[in-house]
Design a protein around this ligand. Structure first.
Ligand SMILES: [Fe+2]
Ligand SMILES: [Fe+2]
Length: 247
């Protein structure tokens, strides 16, 4: 199975979301949920143009799969926009976190863009798990479960690309890149906690729990990228073994 087959299959197997039930959360939680979701929604609503531009020299199969990946991210933005609509909350058009994230992503080529994207997706996996487990509402639970599942697939997709992209780099270079990436990831964890900590706390996640859980995800993913270990969900999701030339 190739990656685009995975994305096509995933598109056909979506969770049923009980939109008719509306979103019913206590008023105190509603305020923090809206504030946090608005920011995540904005972060997911890009058109993928920079990713496409950076991937111009990559094999056709990868670029094909990338289109499906971009569509899946846009679907996440749509799902979150629907939740916000049910909560009678507007969408954001600008936020400093989204602005900074998109600027850093554009600094260097595809490898850096995917490393930055992957850092955000690792945090998103923990964030949507918190919403799935901590918000007592069927719509929020199903949307979070769907996005969390898709993001797990995205981690494996990015790991697969980066593992090949870094395969020929000398060991010490890979160690150095991983160390810098870890610092960047930890800074992002801190910013996400400062920005979304109220909601995460309301979902039952402590600062310590968030910090160490994100660290565990990073350890697994970075071992997949730089150590060649298969990311655990690769086995669980029967991820395709996608072969393309490393540049
Ligand atoms: Fe997403
Ligand atoms: Fe993603």
């Amino acid at each position: 199975m190739e990656w685009f087959d995975y994305f096509i299959t995933n598109k056909k197997r979506r969770r049923a979301i009980p939109w008719d039930e509306g979103v019913n959360v206590p008023p105190a939680l509603r305020a923090v949920l809206v504030r946090s979701l608005q920011r995540f929604q904005l972060g997911e609503s890009g058109d993928g143009s920079w990713l496409r531009r950076n991937a111009v020299g990559e094999p056709m199969e990868y670029r094909h799969a990338l289109e499906f990946f971009i569509k899946e991210e846009q679907e996440h933005a749509r799902l979150m926009a629907c939740v916000l609509e049910k909560l009678n909350a507007p969408l954001l058009s600008w936020h400093w976190s989204d602005w900074g994230f998109s600027r850093v992503r554009r600094l260097l080529g595809l490898k850096l863009e995917v490393l930055v994207l992957l850092a955000a997706e690792m945090i998103a996996v923990r964030y949507f798990r918190a919403l799935r487990e901590g918000v007592d509402d069927a719509v929020v639970r199903e949307v979070s479960a769907q996005i969390g599942h898709d993001e797990d697939g995205h981690l494996a997709f990015q790991v697969d690309y980066l593992r090949r992209a870094f395969a020929r780099w000398p060991f010490l270079m890979r160690v150095a890149v991983c160390a810098v990436w870890r610092l960047m990831f930890r800074a992002a964890c801190l910013l996400v906690w400062l920005d979304h900590g109220k909601l995460l706390r309301a979902c039952g996640v402590s600062a310590e729990g968030f910090w160490w859980d994100c660290g565990l995800i990073f350890d697994e993913v970075s071992a997949g990228v730089f150590g060649g270990a298969a990311y655990p969900s690769l086995a669980g999701l029967r991820m395709p073994e996608f072969r393309w030339r490393t540049r």
